[in-house]
Design a protein around this ligand. Structure first.
Ligand SMILES: NC(=O)c1ccc[n+]([C@@H]2O[C@H](COP(=O)([O-])OP(=O)(O)OC[C@H]3O[C@@H](n4cnc5c(N)ncnc54)[C@H](O)[C@@H]3O)[C@@H](O)[C@H]2O)c1
Length: 251
């Protein structure tokens, strides 16, 4: 595993699934991790699962809420020093709702968490990174960043959107020492679908996708790619989105 050399790293959505695995992998790789989630309970479970090392701090915040974002960055800096890496990972599903069925509320919530959240965190972190001449973003995209049938309309639009955010940040700040890349998991065994039964149309779409789906990943299958992108091994990688799906999107 690459050496993250004490890098101060914020990981959002750290209370479960891929985020929890990112916390574990980043701590193991030597990062100092500021784990953020809207659920304090889940964060406590993550801290317990990782063994609550010195290099880990937890912080409750909803990334879609503009107010607490600056405070989150300030708290991370106070605990560990200026933030060097951000993993914009928090995300939710949309019950695979098709465009003609999705409600305003669900559309707004999925956009707020999956796209506005990463944008707000990124915008707040950039000035410090520009001033210090470096910074790294690893955004959790999805194969729904490239394909139309792996989520509902809001999930697909936001995952295409976060890829656009990733490329825009890379293109705008690459010459300032800032790298911004994505990881695109396929299907991963996490809690993301809990309490979110797919709509009938979404279920039909899902069945089509299942025909070519490789066995689901474990979150630990995904995290090493994020560690790589946050490391100096990836120093020449910028604006990329690395697909980690066992070939699902190759079909
Ligand atoms: N599971 C998959 O198959 C899969 C595939 C591709 C991409 N992804 C992406 O991976 C990321 C993580 O998803 P997961 O599968 O680990 O899901 P998960 O539900 O297991 O974990 C998501 C975590 O994010 C937190 N969260 C949700 N909204 C938040 C908010 N507004 N502010 C802060 N925290 C919030 C939740 O409390 C939860 O702990 C998401 O961006 C998701 O779109 C997942």
């Amino acid at each position: 595993m690459a050496d993250l050399n004490g890098r101060v790293t914020i990981i959002t959505g750290a209370g479960s699934g891929i985020g929890r695995s990112l916390v574990k992998a980043f701590v193991e790789a030597g990062a100092r991790v500021f784990a953020v989630d809207m659920s304090g309970e889940r964060l406590a479970e993550t801290a317990e699962a990782v063994g609550a090392p010195e290099a880990l701090a937890t912080h409750v915040a909803d990334v879609s809420d503009k107010g607490p974002i600056e405070a989150m960055l300030a708290a991370a800096a106070e605990r560990f020093g200026p933030v060097e890496v951000i993993c914009n990972n928090a995300g939710i599903l949309d019950r695979m709702m098709p465009p003609d069925e999705i409600s305003d509320d669900l559309w707004d919530r999925v956009l707020a968490v999956n796209l506005t959240g990463p944008f707000l965190v990124t915008r707040a972190a950039l000035p410090g990174m520009i001033e210090r001449g470096g910074g790294i973003f690893v955004n959790t995209c999805s194969i729904a960043s490239f394909l139309g049938g792996r989520g509902g309309v809001a999930y697909t639009a936001t995952k295409h959107g976060i890829l656009g955010l990733t490329r825009a940040v890379a293109a705008t700040y690459g010459d300032k020492g800032i790298r911004c890349n994505g990881i695109a998991p396929g299907s991963v065994k996490t809690n993301i679908a809990a309490g979110s039964e797919p709509s009938a149309a979404g279920w039909a779409l899902r069945q089509k996708g299942l025909a070519t789906r490789p066995p689901q990943a474990d979150p630990d299958d995904i995290a090493p790619t994020a560690v790589f992108l946050a490391s100096d091994e990836a120093r020449y990688v910028n604006g990329a989105c690395l697909v980690v799906d066992a070939g699902w999107s190759a079909y």
